[in-house]
Design a protein around this ligand. Structure first.
Ligand code: DX5
Ligand code: ZN
Length: 213
C-alpha cells in the first residue's frame, strides 16, 4: 500500500517542517487538498503556498483539486510539477479533454468520484488515467467518518481495471486509519490518503508504517 498523508491536518504554522517530517517518516506521496469555497464549503491553499510545500517535500506531490473551473486550476498548478493532478468528475463537462491537458503537462491525470457516484463514467476513460481517487468521505474537511460503501466500489473498480489490463491505480481518501486499512487492501486499493490519522499521531513514522499493509 502506498501512503499519501494529507497536509490538511498538518500544523500550518510550521508547514515546511510538517512536510519534511512526513517525507522523513516514509510517506510515498504528499497529498495536497486545494479547495475553492465553491465546489466545497471550505477554502484552503493556492499555488504560492503549494510552491513552498513543493520546496520542502522530498516525495512527489499528489494534488487533489476540489474546485469549480478545473481547467483554470490545472494551468495554475501544473508549473509546480506534481506527480498526480486529480479533479472531480462531478464538476467537469469535458473530462476527456481535461485528462489530455493534464497529460500534455507531463503530469499523471486522476479523476475523483464523490461517495454517491458510480463507476459508469469511467468506462471510456479508464485507459487514459494513471489513477482513480474514490472519496470515502464527502470532500471539504479532514477528520470525517469513513463511508464503508467505498469498499464495494473499489472492488468493482479493481475488476474493471484488471479486465481491461490497465495500469490505473486506485486511491481512497477520507477517514482512513489502521481500523479500515486491511479492508481497503482486500478491496484492491493501491494508495491511501490519511490526514488526521497520520498528523494526529505523535509518531508519524509509526502511523505511516501501520498503513503500509
Ligand atoms: C477531504 C480531503 C482529504 C482529507 C482527509 O476533502 O480530500 O484529503 O484531508 O482527511 P482525513 O484522513 O482526516 O479524513
Ligand atoms: Zn484529498
Amino acid at each position: 500500500m502506498l501512503v499519501a498523508p494529507s497536509i490538511l491536518s498538518a500544523d500550518f504554522g510550521h508547514l515546511d517542517q510538517e512536510v519534511r517530517a512526513i517525507c522523513n517518516a516514509g510517506c510515498d506521496l504528499v497529498h495536497v487538498d486545494v479547495m475553492d469555497g465553491h465546489f466545497v464549503p471550505n477554502l484552503t491553499i493556492g499555488p504560492v503556498v503549494v510552491e513552498a510545500v513543493a520546496k520542502a517535500a522530498t516525495k512527489p506531490l499528489d494534488i487533489h483539486l476540489m474546485v469549480q473551473n478545473n481547467s483554470f486550476f490545472v494551468d495554475l498548478f501544473a508549473p509546480l510539477k506534481p506527480k498526480y493532478l486529480s479533479f472531480h468528475i462531478e464538476e467537469e463537462k469535458h473530462v476527456h479533454r481535461l485528462i489530455q491537458k493534464i497529460r500534455s503537462y507531463d503530469i499523471s491525470p486522476c479523476v475523483v468520484l464523490n461517495p454517491h457516484r458510480g463507476l459508469e463514467d469511467l468506462e471510456y476513460i479508464i485507459d487514459d488515467l494513471d489513477m482513480v481517487l474514490l472519496m470515502s468521505v464527502n470532500p471539504g474537511f479532514g477528520g470525517q467518518k469513513f463511508i464503508p460503501t467505498v469498499l464495494e466500489k473499489a472492488k468493482r473498480l479493481r475488476d474493471l481495471i484488471d479486465k481491461r489490463g490497465a495500469k490505473t491505480l486506485i486511491e481512497v481518501d477520507g477517514g482512513v486509519s489502521d481500523k479500515n486499512i486491511h479492508a481497503l487492501k482486500d478491496a484492491g486499493v493501491d494508495v491511501v490518503v490519511a490526514g488526521s490519522y497520520v498528523y494526529g499521531n505523535s509518531d508519524y513514522a509509526k502511523a505511516i508504517e501501520r498503513l503500509k499493509v
